[in-house]
Design a protein around this ligand. Sequence first.
Ligand code: SAM
Length: 171
Amino acid sequence: MIPKKTILESDPPIELASALALKEGNSKKPIYAIHKWWARRLGSVFRLLLLGATHPANRSPWLKNGAFFEKHDLSGIKVFDPFVGGGTTLVEASKCGASVVGVDIDPVAAFVSEKELETVDEKLLQTAFDDVEKAAKEAALKWYRTILPDGRTGTIIYAFWVETIKSAENG
Ligand SMILES: C[S@@+](CC[C@H](N)C(=O)[O-])C[C@H]1O[C@@H](n2cnc3c(N)ncnc32)[C@H](O)[C@@H]1O
């Protein structure tokens, strides 16, 4: 049951949101690494919005004093995200037991969100990962090798791949 007036309308805990965002921004949750979805917002921000939207007004101190991290039961609540994007809203809602529905005009967004919410057979996933690793590791790694100043072979972490073309003007 959603209260008539919620924390979101009375006293949203902006400072808490900001402090959590700083921490999470430097240490993203593994589930959201499923796809480098552009413009992905932080899980903690959506969890705060969900808790704020489902609890009665003027309880910001309660959220700040640790309730944010407690187990919350939003079963019985249905969350609909008509612009599901990377799925953060629905994942956070689902973690609190809400039932969730999402749509998106972009099939990649719909696919990514669906996969985040699906249950996973870890053994099957590991086997599939091992197969991809076996087939692609060497082919990919050869582009990440370099000779270090002391002559040893090293592996680089980041690279910019730049295509160069000859224009008609400079021949
Ligand atoms: C910023 S993302 C939404 C983030 C998301 N609510 C979350 O919790 O992470 C915006 C999404 O809106 C989708 N979108 C834009 N126009 C739309 C439309 N007319 N119908 C459905 N989805 C649309 C885009 O494809 C994009 O994935």
